[in-house]
Design a protein around this ligand. Structure first.
Ligand SMILES: NC(=O)c1ccc[n+]([C@@H]2O[C@H](COP(=O)([O-])OP(=O)(O)OC[C@H]3O[C@@H](n4cnc5c(N)ncnc54)[C@H](O)[C@@H]3O)[C@@H](O)[C@H]2O)c1
Ligand SMILES: [Zn+2]
Ligand SMILES: [Zn+2]
Length: 345
């Protein structure tokens, strides 16, 4: 089979690899029908995630058809259409029992990281019973791919941890696929205003189409001054960081109102300066974390009822064997006006 393989910093290849086989009775082999590329895959390719070693197949998102199941798999059989979660979980350990799947003793984010991932013709999913979801009849497969990672990430780590409430003013710093997923799922709670902040005017225009009430362009406007003007000097109820650099976390510290929340979603490679001398008196909450995907069943229901349509995040489509071309487009997202790419087998 063909797979997108990490070959060390800056190097990748679409090469022939052995098809995965059942290694444990709880494994499921899935034939990929649709997959995508995540910003995290670009981080890995830069060499920012040293746990990923050369030879690893990348990818942690996708949908497919069950090809083969291990003897202990109860919920799936060959031929079933499944959604692959970016987080693998046994469902049995202490952390899984409390819904903290990202810290499963025998899982967490391992796909396309510590084990071979979904940017391939076939993938082995450990603990298949708990790490796969049946695809509802008639569901839009492109929309479903957004439920592997970005939608639960935006909802759990941005909206839920940020405690978005009806009537709130919410600021989202970063209008990438994750920030856009925050934007879509924050609307479940009817905030009064959603302010999207990014330097890319094309992404800000898209954010307005997806429900942002206001946008601020970094570089051409003074973000903090603009937010303070919009909120009568109070700041925002919820400031959500969806980039992963010190400057954007700092913006969140400056725009959060008394009694508000900062929800950090971005993956950070460098320390940030915590302005506790300003913030201690403001009765705020700061949160952060790795997506658990414990809200995937709920998100599947909202998709089914049309409450949310993440398929609109898809801007480019490729065949699975056009993987390198898809990386070229996604890797130059601003130039290509790309948000999410879909690769179909
Ligand atoms: N916590 C989790 O479990 C989890 C899961 C998935 C992704 N992430 C992280 O979420 C973050 C966002 O992911 P993504 O795929 O949307 O990334 P992305 O790179 O596609 O988007 C980031 C956006 O931020 C904008 N940006 C860059 N610098 C900025 C600045 N100074 N001010 C305002 N905007 C700025 C860019 O223009 C871009 O639109 C990444 O750090 C990613 O690793 C976290
Ligand atoms: Zn991802
Ligand atoms: Zn577990």
């Amino acid at each position: 089979m063909k797979a997108l393989v990490y070959q060390g910093p800056g190097q990748k290849d679409w090469i022939e690899k052995d098809k995965p086989t059942i290694l444990k009775p709880t494994d499921v082999i899935v034939k990929i029908t649709k997959t995508t590329i995540c910003g995290t895959d670009l981080h890995i390719l830069k060499g920012d995630v040293p746990a990923v070693t050369p030879g690893r197949t990348l990818g942690h998102e996708g949908v497919g058809i069950v090809e083969e199941v291990g003897a202990a798999v109860a919920n799936f059989k060959p031929g079933d259409a499944v959604l692959i979660s970016c987080v693998t979980s046994c469902g049995k350990c202490a952390n899984c029992k409390r819904g903290l799947y990202s810290h499963c003793d025998d899982g967490g984010w391992i796909l396309g990281h510590l084990i071979d991932g979904t940017q391939a013709e076939y993938v082995r999913i450990p603990h298949g019973d708990n790490s796969l979801y049946p695809i509802p009849e008639g569901a839009d497969e492109e929309a479903l791919v957004m439920l592997s990672d970005i939608m639960p990430t935006g909802f759990e780590i941005g909206v839920q941890y940020g405690r978005v409430k009806p009537g709130d003013t919410v600021a989202i710093v970063g209008a990438g696929p994750v920030g856009m997923s925050v934007l879509l799922t924050a609307q479940f709670y009817s905030p009064a205003r959603i302010v999207m902040i990014d330097m890319d005017p094309a992404r800000l225009a898209l954010a307005r189409q997806f429900g942002a009430t206001d946008t601020i362009q970094v570089g051409s406007e003074d973000v903090v001054a603009k937010v303070m003007e919009m909120t009568g000097g109070l700041g925002v109820d919820v400031a959500i960081e969806a980039v992963g650099v010190p400057a954007t976390f700092d913006t969140c510290q400056k725009i959060v109102s008394a009694g508000g929340s900062i929800a950090n979603v971005g993956v950070h490679g460098k320390p940030v300066e915590l302005h506790i001398e300003e913030l201690w008196i403001k009765n705020i909450n700061i949160s952060m974390g790795l997506v658990n995907t414990n809200t995937t069943p709920m998100l599947l229901k909202t998709l089914g009822t049309g409450k949310v349509d993440p398929s609109k995040l898809v801007t480019h489509r490729f065949g699975l064997n056009e993987m390198l071309a898809a990386y070229e487009v996604f890797g130059n997202a601003a130039r290509e006006k790309a948000m999410k790419v879909i690769l179909s087998a």
